[in-house]
Design a protein around this ligand. Structure first.
Ligand SMILES: *[C@@H]1O[C@H](CO)[C@@H](O)[C@H](O)[C@H]1NC(C)=O
Length: 354
């Protein structure tokens, strides 16, 4: 009898505790939601002002390299890249770069369990080699980057994808000259192993400026790259008056804020993307891929770059602009999904290899 009373008492206590717990959980949950909403609102309003008065923050925002993806970059096979090796290269003292090398898809079985040396030697197997320079956020594991590597590999090409200094698991801090140093280093590293295979650069977004930047340098050194593909390319950071900065698209509903976000400090250094100047000098065969609904780099930028490149190359054959219809919804990152893309790339590579 005694025991039973005890038990019922205990269960009563338990249920009271449970209710209290529930109320506490709910109220603390609500407090956090409120806090988050206030934080987001404050951030949204304050950002343009912070950027205006503390331009160095822009460096951080532009490169957004610190965004962490919960991916183990040393294991590309986790993302389905089962014929990819992860490696580290040192572009200069103190700067270690994380790099993935994906071999042509037909080699996936042969590639299982192979060493770094095997991958390195495979670069000289006669298949075209692509070096991919990515855009301003995250790491080489971002889905649209893996997507491009998969397309290239399925076409029978090598894809070498690097995280610049400060991105992914690469060490150092990103700066514009630093990115160029890293890209040049990777290019020379690949070139030293690729024998007679064509080496083609694929730049996306911020990476387009890296691609055209090293193309000009290599051309001036007398060793031009074989071809360049630019995806979602920007014109210079210098914008027309009244033109919102492409990285500010999330303020598009508030032109007043966009206007207040003076472009002076952006132009000054960090966000100088000199594609326009570079294309005026480049004589490298070029393909510009651009989605008409690109919300970061509006389509007119691609048209402007195309006409500059045509003038510089004095040839319609060596430069092409491929537009992807807005109805696909590819925006800035998604055109790797286009079913026509593999053929477009193959044709371009064949025209270059001729
Ligand atoms: C490995 O990758 C290739 C190419 O993407 C794919 O065709 C194959 O099915 C994959 N194999 C395994 C075991 O996941």
């Amino acid at each position: 009898m005694r025991r039973r009373v005890d038990e019922s008492k205990r269960s009563e206590e338990k249920s009271v505790k449970k209710t209290v717990n529930k109320v506490q959980t709910r109220s603390s949950w609500w407090v956090w939601v409120k806090r988050a909403l206030i934080a987001i609102g404050t951030l949204y309003v304050a950002t343009p002002f912070v950027l205006r008065f503390f331009p160095s923050v822009i460096q951080y925002l532009v490169y957004k390299h610190a965004i962490i993806y919960f991916v183990d970059l040393s294991r590309p096979s986790d993302l389905g890249l089962n014929h990819t090796v992860n490696m580290y290269l040192t572009s200069e003292a103190g700067v270690t770069l994380g790099v993935w090398h994906t071999v042509p898809e037909q080699k996936w079985k042969e590639a299982q369990g192979k060493s770094l040396e095997w991958y390195e030697q495979s670069l000289g197997d006669g298949s075209p080699v692509f070096i991919y320079f990515h855009g301003n956020t995250g790491s080489r594991a971002a889905p649209h980057r893996v997507g491009v590597a998969n397309v290239l590999s399925s076409l029978g090409y090598h894809a070498v994808v690097m995280d610049y200094r400060g991105f992914g698991d690469s060490t150092g801090e990103p700066t514009q000259p630093g990115l160029i140093t890293d890209a040049l280093y990777l290019y020379q590293w690949v070139r030293a192993r690729s024998k007679d295979s064509p080496v083609i650069l694929w730049g996306h977004s911020l990476g387009t400026a890296v691609s055209t930047g090293i193309s000009v340098i290599l051309q001036e050194q007398g060793n031009p790259v074989d071809a360049v593909i630019l995806e979602g390319a920007f014109t210079t950071g210098k914008l027309k008056k009244g033109q919102p900065h492409p990285f500010m698209w999330y303020y598009w509903r508030f032109p007043y804020i966009q206007y207040y976000f003076s472009l002076d400090s952006i132009e000054a250094n960090v966000l100088y993307l000199p594609n326009t100047d570079n294309l005026k000098k480049m004589t490298t065969p070029l393909m510009i891929l651009h989605s008409k609904d690109d919300h970061m780099a509006p389509f007119w930028m691609a048209e402007e770059l195309y006409s500059i490149a045509k003038n510089a190359l004095k040839s319609e054959d060596k430069v092409r602009l491929v537009a992807f219809d807005a109805s696909h919804g590819y925006l800035h990152n998604g055109l790797y999904r286009d079913p026509a893309l593999p053929n477009i790339i193959r044709e371009f590579v064949e025209s270059v290899a001729k």
